[in-house]
Design a protein around this ligand. Structure first.
Ligand code: ATP
Ligand code: MG
Length: 386
């Protein structure tokens, strides 16, 4: 197996200094599945200060937890000291992180057997829990007893379903029933961690796994104490395309979509975009340039395009193609649909004797409306006469 040059360099540098180093976790799992890893994580017996001293450029990403990020040009690699987790007291975080010099101990704190494999070109695989066997059988299985592993960190329950959605694997029976038993512990998990896993889940190639959120009862806690109000069976068949489209489909039933997204600590841009999509999803957009401009006023053109894609997925119709063509033409012709593009502004109106204040705002709004209906009106002379 050929590792990327930089990864190989990190491993040999650590080894030459008398330490051990392996690639671990997702990248090993992906290589075994024949998928190109998106990032490479390295585990080492070197403590962070030793690792740092060996690489000219590094960042202390999570030094308390043993992680530094090694930089080569634009590429970056996480190098983490072998560790075992201290006692878990709150269903989410270990009390303390303890460094160790045994790779097997580091692997045993990991969540699933498929994520608990290490590889090094000289030493081959270290796979104490037969993760390779489970990858062959497409199985997500906890490292150790599911109840105690989910009891340590409740997020792992959602991660199990996320990996099922990303990898297309089945979760084994004992893990599934442990999720059913411990789902309430998800209350202790931060919204940010839940959001991250939920997004990965919804963007997985096997969204059918989302059904497990319902069958295990985890959904209620993922939605921060809400029942899912949509037709998940239908939604699952629709989940495709971009992340925002998937989110809008998943939350299409939610009158309070904005509030849910806020509770899950999505960023403001995503909250605004997705809740606009959810609002427009059931509304028919008339094939009328004025109506299209009204929407273009409140969302960027690429979002209008995405909204049409979403509407097409939700209920296919030739009108979406026509709406797209009209929008394209409006943009191509640079037709005005914002106050900024109006041929006059407040100063022009003031110079022509209009009083400032609320009335002026209303006047500009009225002129913009007229121009949105008739683009030919967008000249200073004509607008001053209206
Ligand atoms: P992806 O390709 O989606 O990033 P990944 O397996 O790399 O998948 P990460 O969330 O990046 O997933 O985690 C990296 C590795 O760290 C995992 O493979 C697993 O070994 C370990 N890990 C991550 N989160 C946990 C957790 N909550 N409990 C135990 N081990 C974890
Ligand atoms: Mg990863």
């Amino acid at each position: 197996m050929q590792l990327p040059k930089n990864v190989q360099k990190i491993i040999t540098t650590l080894e030459a200094a008398g330490h051990e180093a392996f690639i671990v976790g997702g990248c090993v799992r992906d290589i075994i599945r024949g998928v190109t890893p998106k990032d490479w994580d390295i585990a080492t017996s070197a403590v962070p200060s030793e690792a740092k001293a060996l690489f000219p450029r590094s960042v202390d990403t999570g030094i308390k937890h043993g992680t530094i990020t090694v930089l080569f040009g634009n590429e970056h690699y996480e190098v983490t000291t072998y560790r075992i987790d201290g006692e878990y007291l709150d269903n989410r975080r270990p009390q303390a992180v303890i460094f160790t010099t045994k790779i097997e101990e580091d692997l045993s704190r990991r969540d699933f057997t498929v994520n608990a494999i290490a590889y090094n070109p000289n030493r081959g695989f270290v796979d104490p829990f037969d993760g390779q066997g489970d990858i062959k059988c497409d199985i997500i299985k906890c490292v150790g007893d599911p109840k105690s592993r989910f009891g340590e960190d409740a997020l792992r329950m959602l991660r199990a379903i996320r990996f099922a959605a990303v990898l297309g694997f089945k979760i084994n029976e004992s893990a599934l029933s442990a999720i059913g038993a411990l789902k309430e512990n998800m209350r202790d998990i931060s919204a940010e961690r839940i959001r991250e896993e939920l997004c990965k889940l919804l963007n997985g190639a096997y969204p059918k796994a989302a059904k497990l959120l319902q069958t295990t009862g985890l959904m209620y806690y993922v939605l921060r104490n809400r029942e899912y109000g949509g037709d998940l069976d239908k939604v699952i068949t629709q989940l495709s395309s971009t992340e925002n489209i998937r989110l809008a489909l998943f939350f299409s039933w939610a009158q309070d979509c904005e509030e849910i997204l806020r509770d899950l600590r999505f960023d403001n841009k995503t909250i605004k975009t997705v809740s606009q999509y959810v609002k427009f999803l059931p509304q028919e957009i008339p094939l009328c340039r004025y109506e299209i401009k009204k929407i273009l006023r409140i969302m960027p053109p690429q979002n209008f395009e995405e909204l049409l894609q979403l509407k097409e997925i939700n209920s296919p119709s030739p009108i979406h193609k026509k709406l797209r063509a009209e929008a394209h033409d409006i943009l191509q012709k640079n037709e005005c649909y914002t106050l900024r593009d109006l041929a006059i502004n407040g100063d022009d109106l003031a110079a022509a004797g209009h009083p400032k204040g609320k009335a002026m705002g209303e006047k500009l709004e009225a002129l913009l409306n007229a121009v949105m209906r008739d683009p030919a009106l967008n000249t200073k002379e004509q607008l001053l006469c209206l």
